[in-house]
Each structure stands twice: as structure tokens, then as C-alpha cells.
Design a protein around this ligand. Sequence first.
Ligand SMILES: [Zn+2]
Length: 131
Amino acid sequence: MEEIKKSVKVNCTFCSKEIECPEDMLQKFTKHMCYDCFQNAGELAKGEDLGEVHIDIPMDRMNEFIPENLTNSLVAEAFPDIWSERKEELKEMSKRDLAEEMFGAGAYIAIQQMLATLKQMDKAEDEKSDR
Ligand SMILES: [Zn+2]
């Protein structure tokens, strides 16, 4: 039989709609946000640290949400470095060359990141089987 994660009913901290929260997340998060509120999170989250908020994202939305979110954090992390390193060179390029160069840099980082993740997963597997 498949193990079903126990979830409990909680109320959205922002609109008090009833949502579900996996029991093991209750200890980690003190606030909860429903998906509707999450979509308006920019407005609602002013001054809130979303790191402490459990967000109830429906499973079928995860596939859209994760790539978008990862892309945003990758850009925020990697772009300032690329820009400060290559500013002068990039300024000289035509728009088309620039677009191509940046698309390439993005793809490169994404693939690098993916390989690093795969390696980490491999390592985690190895450590598990050592025990
Ligand atoms: Zn809500």
C-alpha cells in the first residue's frame, strides 16, 4: 500500500481560505498561503519573509512554477557576474549578436546547473548505499 502523507487543514494567513498543509511542514512554517494569494504575492508579501510561508501550490501547477522560479533565481544569481565581467564587450555587439550570446550563456548555465544537480544526486545515492 502506498504511504499517504498526512495533511491537515489550515487557513490561509492572508485570506483565511481553508487549504491543506502536509503535517511535516507544520513545524517548519508558521504561515500559510493559498495559491490564489500566491499569485498576488507581490502585493501581499510586502514586508513578509516568504521563506517562512508554506505555499499551497497544486501539483499540476508545479510543472509551470518550478522552471519559472528556477530561471528567475538563476538570472538573479548569474547575470550580475556576466554583466560586470563582459560589459565592454557586450556593448560593442549588435542586438542580434547580443541576443544570441546571452541565450547561449543562459543555456550554458542551465546545462551546467543540471549536470551539477545530477552529480549531487549520484553522490547522495552513493552515500545512501554506503550505509
Ligand atoms: Zn489566500
